[in-house]
Design a protein around this ligand. Structure first.
Ligand code: NAD
Length: 503
């Protein structure tokens, strides 16, 4: 925490105004490649957070009735502004988060796709109608916005995940309170500025900053109707329980341990390239990062070549051309990853590639850890049980695909998985039997495009409906069914009967 005034402060957004917090609690936003303090972020006061909710509640009165075409056009303009500002957004993201510039653009682009989807809200938010459900009677549904909704986001995708949330919530007619990660809120704030420039009216989108207290307030506040969370399983479970006990809708997308199965008939070079990119890209800090590979049968002999691929990746600051693996987000994250590697060795896994303490020219202070590979990992080891969230790959072995599937299904998490094979029959068996939300067939990081919804099994997700896609329209709306009959002018003296007779 710091109270220094020498560095820029991240603002709150309340009722259309970017305001300085009056809090005495601040945290530094730090460049993970250099330790330079980029800004300080406030932990908003209760009064400020309540003001944000009050402004969203007031704005909802008019926003909910704003024509659907007017809402859609804001997101048409917004997607254009994001495209025009892509380079600036990526530079901010890389500076505060550490990922490489191409990865930063990817982070923004995957969010941009959801904005494009929000621009289609006209067709997405249509109800259903059944004509003549009884004589002269029609039934139809209205998908109406809920009111004030809230979103809480993690550090690893500071552009994509806020964009998973507020565009669809607002497009469906809700107003929104966003609580970005306190570790890298700057690119999120730039995206929020662009949303206002695109025409999001005052009070419709508000931003508060903080940690556990802010999150708890959002879960408890009686004027908030729904909470969307993305982050670790521990915090997400707390958010889900607290919000739903308070009668709110909640969707929580949480932690992961993503496995790939490699069958010996797979295309070898393509598979090894995919494995290396998915395990070590973005420094392993993707919720869909590949953290376990299970080599089946003769594919077990491919390990030395996988190690060579991993060694060929370039470790470097995200701004450096050609860098493949940037720093992890913080010194604390680096300590955690390093300590889990040490535990892996102690528990008997074979460290075939040790990425600790790499030399990164010009960035001696950065939180770097290079690609790391353990072989002979068992399901009991900490390195397997815990989500490392760093560039560490566990290699396991199986005699058959069914043995590998059983191992994956026994893991508490079910976020993403992939199978590498040339066999259609094996792929079909895998998709039928595997209990994981995102399934890739020769696709290592199968994050669905926004025509579909992100999902998850077991400890990776709580709540029935996922973010974006069709499901999120249901999440952010209340379905009303209207059953309607009109009497003809000359129809008089009907029976005293309030029910509709079905014939
Ligand atoms: P995190 O859980 O530490 O933080 C997420 C949010 O919760 C932040 O806004 C943070 O301020 C808040 N928070 C932190 N501690 C809290 C507490 N004690 N009480 C209430 N709120 C608290 O997660 P992170 O480290 O920022 O992100 C990494 C995690 O997110 C990983 O576990 C990753 O798998 C997960 N993730 C999941 C998905 C998915 O779609 N399943 C996507 C991205 C990230």
């Amino acid at each position: 925490m710091t109270t220094s005034n020498a560095i820029p402060s991240v603002k709150l957004l309340i009722n259309g105004e970017f305001v300085e917090s009056r809090t005495s609690q601040w945290r530094d936003v730090v460049n993970p490649a250099t330790q330079e303090v980029l800004a300080r972020v406030p932990f908003a006061t209760t009064e400020e957070m309540n003001a944000a909710v009050a402004s969203a509640k007031e704005a909802f009165k008019t926003w909910r009735k704003t024509p659907i075409g007017a809402r859609a056009r804001i997101f048409l303009k917004y997607q254009q502004l994001i495209r025009e500002n892509m380079k600036e957004l990526a530079a901010i993201l890389t500076a505060e988060q550490g990922k490489t510039l191409p990865d930063a653009e990817g982070d923004i682009f995957r969010g941009l796709e959801v904005v494009e989807h929000a621009a289609n809200i006209g067709t997405l938010q249509m109800g259903e109608l059944a004509n003549n459900v009884a004589g002269g009677v029609d039934t139809y549904t209205l998908l109406q916005p809920l009111g004030v909704c809230a979103g809480i986001t993690p550090f690893n995708f500071p552009a994509m995940i806020p964009l998973w949330m507020f565009p669809m919530a607002i497009a469906t007619g809700n107003t929104f309170i966003l609580k970005p990660s306190e570790q890298d809120p700057m690119v999120t704030m730039r995206l929020v500025e662009l949303a206002l420039e695109a025409g999001v009216p005052p009070g419709v989108l508000n931003v508060i900053h903080g940690g556990a207290d802010a999150v708890n307030l959002l879960c408890d506040h009686p004027d908030i109707k729904a909470v969307s969370f993305v982050g670790s399983t521990k915090v997400g479970t707390h958010v889900y329980n607290r919000a739903t006990l308070n009668g709110k809708r909640a969707q929580c997308m949480m932690g992961a341990k993503n496995h790939a199965i490699v069958l010996p008939d797979a295309n070898k070079q393509q598979t090894l390239n995919n494995l290396a990119g998915a395990a070590f890209g973005a420094a392993g800090q993707r919720c869909m990062a590949l953290s376990v590979v299970i080599l089946v049968g003769e594919a077990q002999a491919w390990l030395p070549e996988l190690v060579e691929k991993a060694k060929s990746l370039k470790i470097g600051a995200g701004v450096e051309p050609g860098a493949d693996v940037g720093p992890v987000i913080s010194c604390a994250a680096l300590d955690r990853v390093s300590s889990l590697i040490a535990t892996g060795e102690r528990e008997g896994a074979r460290l075939v590639l040790d990425g600790r303490n790499p030399e990164v020219s010009g960035y001696a202070q950065g939180n770097f850890v290079g690609p790391t590979i353990f072989d002979g990992v068992t399901a009991e080891m900490s390195i397997y049980r815990e989500e490392v969230f760093g560039p560490v790959l566990c290699v396991m072995h199986a005699a058959t695909m069914n043995e590998a599937i059983a191992l994956i299904n026994a893991n508490p998490n079910g976020n993403g998985t992939a199978l590498f094979t040339r066999s259609g029959a094996a792929a079909r068996h895998f998709q039928e039997e595997i209990d994981v939300g995102q399934v890739g067939i020769n696709v290592p990081i199968p994050v669905p495009v926004p025509l579909f919804s992100f999902t998850g099994s077991r400890a990776s997700k709580l709540g029935d409906l996922g973010p974006y896609g069709k499901q999120v329209v249901q999440f952010y709306t209340q379905t009303k069914t209207v059953t309607q009959r009109w009497f003809d002018e000359d129809e008089v003296g009907g029976a005293v009967n309030t029910t509709i007779t079905l014939k």
